[in-house]
Each structure stands twice: as C-alpha cells, then as structure tokens.
Unconditional design. Structure first.
Ligand SMILES: [Zn+2]
Lengths: 351, 207
C-alpha cells in the first residue's frame, strides 16, 4: 500500500513531464533580446533551410546592414549554450551595435535546442538562469543552457557518432554537439540540420568572415585562444598583435586538417569566409568549482569575457579591412567605449 | 614617509638606468647584423610563425614565408629565421610529430650552413607557448642559432607584463644563450619584434 502511494505521484509527474516535452519540442525557445537601432531586419534560421521551421533548432537571425556597402560578417553565439560570454556578446551587438559599413549577421543562439536546459555537462552546480540588471534597475533573465542539443529533440545517440561527410568517428553524444556536426546534412539529425542551415546562410549571404564565440574552463589550455583557419592566419596574427598592445594576450592556434566538424575548419574549407573561433574562460566550466559564479567571479567576470570576445571581433574586422581593402571592410561600433566593459556591470550596457 | 619613497624611486631609477647602460654595452660589444632576403619557417607548427611574418611585413623585411618548405627555398637567401613553438593539442586532435619536426629543422639549419646563411631562432608567443613539446624544440633548435629573439624577461629586470607572456621566467633562453655564446634580445610585447628585426637587419624607417 505504501508502495503504491509513492508510485502514483511518480507516474503522474512522468506524464506531466512528457506532456511538457511534447508541448514545447516543436517550437524554438524564445529569449529576452531587445534589438536596437542597428538591427535592420530579423529573420529565422529556417528562412535559409525550411525544414528547420517549427523545430527546437530554429533560431532568430539579426541583420545589421550598414549604409555603406562592404563585406558580410557572421557572428555566432551559443553554439554551446553554456558558454554564455559568446551569447551575451552577440546579444550586446544586437541591442547596441551600429554598423556603418558592410553587413553584420548575428545569431546569439546558434544551437537553440541546447539553450533550453542545462544538464551541467562540466559542472552540476551551474544555474538554469542568470540575471543581469539594466541601468534602469530592471532585472533581465537569460538561459544558461547546455553544451549539446537536448536529447528529446533528437533521435537517441548512436554508440559512435560518425561525422558527415568525413566519416571520422566521435563518442555517441557528440552527435548532439553542433561544433562537431559542420557542415551538416539536410536530411540528417536536428543538429546536422542546424549546421546545414548555417552553411546555407553563409553561402547565400556571401559571408566573408565567420566568428564562432566559445568559452572553456579557466584552467584549460584553450582559454584565451583565437583559432584561425589557415586562410585566416594572417588576419588573425595582425589582430593578435593589436590586441596585445591593448593589454589582451591571446594564443593563436591554427585550425588543423583533422578538426573535422568544427566551425573554424569547415566554414573555412567549404565557404569563401575567413573562419575564426574565440575562447574566453568561464568559471562554470571548471569541474571542481563548488559554487561557480558565472557572472561575477573576479578571475573572469562575464563583462570582461564579453569585452574579450568583442575586442577580438573588432581587431579581426579592422585588420580584415586593412588587408582586404575597403570594398570588403566591415565597420561595427558601439555607443560606448568597449574598454568600459572590463569588470563592469554588464546589465548596464543592455537595453 | 613620502620623502623616503621619493628617495627609493630615485635609487630605483639609477639602478634601472645602470641596467639599461649595461645592456647597451653588451649589445655594442657584439654588433650582430643580418642580411636579407630572409626565409621564415615554423618549427612545431604553432601560429608564432604567422606572427613573425607580420613582424617582417611591418619591419619592411624582404622575406619569404612557408610553414614547412622544401630545403630548396633557401637558395638565394641570406638568413633563415626559425620560429619555435608547438601547436597545442586539446582542440580534439593529436599534436604534431615533434621528433619529425625537430629532425627536419636540424637538416634545414645544416643546409642553411652549407649555403653560408645565418640563422635566427625566435620564440615570440610568450610563456603560453612553453611546455614539454615546445621546450623539446627550444632545447634542440635555439643552440644552433646565431641569434635568439624571445618574448620574455631580461634577467635581472622586472617583468611588468602578464606572467603567461614571459617565456623566460625560468631563464631557459638566457641559459641557452650564455652557454652557447649566442646573442639574444628580450622583448616584452610580440610587436616589439618589429624594431628588433629593423635593428638586426639595419632597416631604416621609411617615414
Ligand atoms: Zn564551445
């Protein structure tokens, strides 16, 4: 009898949970993003690949088109939805960025399914939400998501994930890692379809530069790294030397041939774009942290990580302009000095 | 109290001025110069070689660059610049074959010597580009050079950049330079390498 009493609520809860899953699985997650004056158009990723429509993988695409013609820049945040500096850097561009020349295309949540829920891949004590307070005192909430596509949004993981088209093998759960699935597959898994749509976008918009913003743990050798596709190495080297003058020391890594499925490799190999990937340090990805503070940890405050991402983006854009000539240049600016972000309260810079 | 601080500052200034004079004297004693054209190559496949290429562009140096060229690239050139540093693993892939890299670089230097070329070893990515694999390269290659350029602290001079930027924190480069009687220049920022190249190759600023 006692047994039965405990079992019934469990069954009930399971039913509720499955209903909840069914209820939201077919539409993309919404986020509190408030486009500013720089945004000239908002689209969906599914506009570039229709089958993504009404799936958890669809995601908003913000277009900031400058008055003067120039190059096209694709900025990706949230490829890994727990790497929030990239998401917030992209959000800041959408909310405050101004483009004078060329076009900036921003996708703050490249893997929007991953953003739905945090399973604590690296640290079980990381939050589901984080809050930032605006200059007006309004508290805004943002998802702290997951590294991978939600399991419920994709068929069960295979024992071994075989990357398409290289045939390289990864662990099964990497089937849900967007940054192992490029260049995607139109009739593949949700993750492969997201990737495919991104490549369709890059192709049809003639993207000249792709930057994929990531984070690693504080102690990882990847922290403070700019990964450059071989064609992007010179622009990357110029950018890194400029950043060093400004007090930012980044390691430069070349995207090697065997990095199949990663954005910096595949966008560089399969499109005309120069492809980069930035890694800032996130305390939430440190396994040993008992109570990771993903916003205010003095070793790596979120605002400083966003500063790192955006100043690196600026250094890439300006040196690309210098090396490629003004016809392809892209000028992105902000109504405040990016240096102010270091150690600041990030919320004060949002809308 | 304030006065005392003032005195300490003056003393410090004298000490550092003395250090600077000493350094100049050292450089004056061994006026190492090099000639273009230059071949810039990578030992270890790190992106430091790309940064050296940017330094060469900014210095106005007549150079060719190839990550890992055939030896024939050396013909007709005067100086070989080897940029040391192993590319990291950790990006989901194996690192480079380090023994192969080192063997190739040693042969490259030997070929350069046959052609009576001079050799410069550079390490310009700081302490972040130290570690067992990079150190293997440094130990094998730096002693073969006529000159070393390293981003790191000059012995006895306080390092004011970030700790990770110092490739000479343990004195590895100073030791190699001293033991092998090789001239060495320490830089604090990678971009300072532009001026070093202009000095070594006696390039006049164009403006
Ligand atoms: Zn990532």
């Amino acid at each position: 009898m006692a047994r039965r009493q405990t079992r019934l609520p469990v069954v009930f809860l399971l039913m509720l949970a499955s209903l909840a899953v069914l209820g939201v699985a077919d539409e993309p997650l919404s986020h509190d993003i408030r486009p500013g004056y720089g945004v000239t158009d908002v689209r969906w990723l599914s506009d570039y690949f229709q089958p993504l429509r009404d799936t958890a993988g669809d995601t908003p695409v913000y277009i900031l088109e400058g008055e003067q013609s120039g190059g096209v820049f694709l900025l990706l945040g949230g490829t890994h939805a727990n790497e929030i500096a990239g998401i917030m850097a992209a959000t800041l561009v959408v909310e405050r960025g101004v483009v004078m020349r060329g076009t900036v295309i921003v996708i703050p949540h490249a893997n929007n399914s991953a953003a739905k829920q945090n399973s604590g891949t690296y640290n079980a004590n990381t939050p589901q939400w984080f809050e930032l307070t605006t200059a007006r005192g309004e508290v805004r909430r943002f998802h702290y998501g997951d590294r991978r596509t939600q399991p419920e949004d994709q068929q069960p993981d295979p024992d071994t994930f075989v990357h398409f088209p290289s045939g390289i093998e990864f662990a099964g759960d990497e089937a849900r890692n967007l940054n192992r699935n490029h260049p995607g597959k139109p009739d593949g898994t949700l993750t492969q379809q997201i990737s495919y749509a991104l490549f369709q976008l890059a192709e049809s918009e003639n993207v000249d530069i792709v930057v994929d913003m990531h984070e690693s743990s504080l102690t990882s050798s990847l922290a403070y790294t700019l990964v450059c596709h071989p064609r992007a190495l010179v622009v990357g080297a110029f950018a890194i030397l400029d950043l060093e003058l400004g007090g930012i020391s980044l390691k430069q890594e070349e995207s090697r041939q065997e990095y199949y499925g990663l954005s910096h490799r595949e966008f560089g190999d399969r499109t005309d774009a120069l492809a980069f990937l930035i890694e800032s340090p996130n305390p939430g990805q440190e396994g040993g942290e008992q109570a990771p503070d993903v916003i205010n940890d003095p070793r790596a405050p979120l605002s400083t990580r966003v500063h790192l991402q955006l100043t690196t983006v600026q250094a890439i854009l300006s040196n690309h302009g210098l090396l490629e000539g003004s016809g392809d240049s892209i000028a992105l600016s902000f109504p405040f000095d990016l240096e102010e972000l270091v150690g600041a309260d990030l919320g004060a810079y949002l809308r | 109290m304030k006065r005392r601080l003032g005195w300490m500052l003056i003393v410090l200034l004298f000490v550092s001025a003395g250090a600077a004079v000493g350094q100049e004297a050292e450089e004056a004693a061994a006026p190492e110069t090099f000639a273009a054209p230059v071949v810039i190559v990578s030992v270890g496949q790190s992106a430091g070689a790309q940064q050296a290429r940017v330094l060469a562009i900014r210095a106005g140096l007549d150079y060719v660059f190839e990550q890992r060229p055939e030896f024939s690239i050396l013909e007709g050139s005067q100086t070989l610049i080897l940029v040391m540093g192993a590319s990291s693993k950790g990006l989901g892939a194996a690192g480079v074959d380090i023994d192969g890299e080192i063997a190739w670089a040693i042969d490259m230097v030997a070929r350069a010597r046959e052609l009576e070329m001079k050799v410069i070893a550079m390490h310009i990515e700081g302490g972040a580009r130290r570690g067992s694999t990079s150190d293997q390269i440094i130990h094998a290659i730096a002693p073969l050079a006529d000159y070393i350029v390293v981003k790191g602290a000059t012995p006895g001079v306080e390092w004011v950049e970030s700790e990770e930027a110092d490739a000479n924190a343990d004195g590895l480069f100073s030791t190699i330079a001293a033991e092998n009687e090789i001239g060495i220049t320490y830089i604090a920022k990678t971009l300072d390498g532009v001026e070093v190249l202009m000095d070594l190759f006696e390039i006049e600023p164009t403006e």
